[in-house]
Ligand binder design. Structure first.
Ligand SMILES: NC(=O)c1ccc[n+]([C@@H]2O[C@H](COP(=O)([O-])OP(=O)(O)OC[C@H]3O[C@@H](n4cnc5c(N)ncnc54)[C@H](OP(=O)(O)O)[C@@H]3O)[C@@H](O)[C@H]2O)c1
Length: 237
């Protein structure tokens, strides 16, 4: 049975991804801060699962928890780094928390996974970035910067692993809008995907070892548009 670990599985995209993987016959390892939600989710899953309380803002502790979980599961084939938080009102406290979760936590676990795969014949890492990674935005300035960081980090990991022939595949998942607790207060959203649909498309992208995947697929069009809008227009906001 293949083994997947999902970091941030208590809500939204990660929650439905846990269900998809379990339904497809994977053994799943699930982490989040809200252990009680993971316990309830675990009861609904058709296949073997493992859960751990994890706050990715505590990078060192998270690396130890991941190591312990992988040992308990007897290995890891896929690591999905999904935990993330957003910013609507800029305050240093919130911006610092975004940096700790979306950047430092992501890197701490990605780094651990690369070392693990390098020593164990390879594997897959998928990180949930965002369409917001493509340009800086006034709506979620630190959030979009954090997603630009992880997309660039994942590209670098893939290049490094290719050079070292480590047999690691890194997939950069870039959702547009998905209806989850994170976006429930958002105004003016369009092409909003149900989380079940997003989870299914993410599963397929990882299975097909995509380098970059837009979720849902038509967000690729918006990504191309974002890339060609000239700075003088973009900066007007
Ligand atoms: N929804 C969208 O439209 C959208 C679009 C683009 C990208 N994304 C990205 O997709 C990912 C999932 O978002 P979502 O929309 O599903 O949001 P969500 O429903 O708020 O879920 C976020 C998940 O991350 C976990 N998490 C947050 N802070 C954590 C921490 N410090 N330690 C461990 N786990 C933590 C949460 O678990 P606990 O609270 O239990 O810890 C939860 O399981 C995020 O990276 C987000 O940036 C979402």
């Amino acid at each position: 049975m293949k083994k997947v670990i999902i970091v941030g599985a208590s809500s939204g995209i990660g929650y439905y991804l846990a269900k998809v993987y379990s339904q497809k016959g994977y053994e799943v390892g699930l982490t989040a801060r809200r252990l009680e939600v993971l316990e309830a989710l675990q009861k609904e899953l058709p296949n073997k699962s493992f859960i751990r309380k994890m706050d990715v803002a505590d990078a060192e502790a998270s690396r130890n928890i991941l190591a312990d979980l992988v040992e308990d599961m007897g290995g890891m084939d896929i690591l999905v780094l999904n935990a993330g938080i957003g910013d609507s009102k800029p305050s240093w406290q919130l911006e610092q928390q975004i940096i700790m979760v979306n950047i430092a936590g992501f890197t701490a676990l990605g780094n651990w996974a690369v070392k693990y795969y390098a020593a164990n014949g390879g594997g897959q890492i998928a990180g949930i970035s965002s369409i917001a990674s493509i340009r800086g935005t006034h709506i979620a300035t630190v959030y979009s910067a954090s997603k630009a960081y992880i997309s660039s980090y994942m590209e670098g990991l893939q290049q490094r692993s290719n050079r070292k022939k480590q047999n690691i595949t890194v997939t950069d998942i870039r959702p547009g809008f998905v209806a989850t607790p994170m976006t429930q207060e958002n105004k003016g959203m369009f092409w909003v995907a149900p989380p079940e649909k997003a989870a299914n498309q993410i599963y397929t992208a990882i299975k097909n070892k995509k380098r970059v995947a837009y979720i849902t697929r038509r967000w690729w069009i918006i990504a191309q548009l974002f890339k060609v809008i000239p700075d003088f227009l973009w900066l007007k906001g």
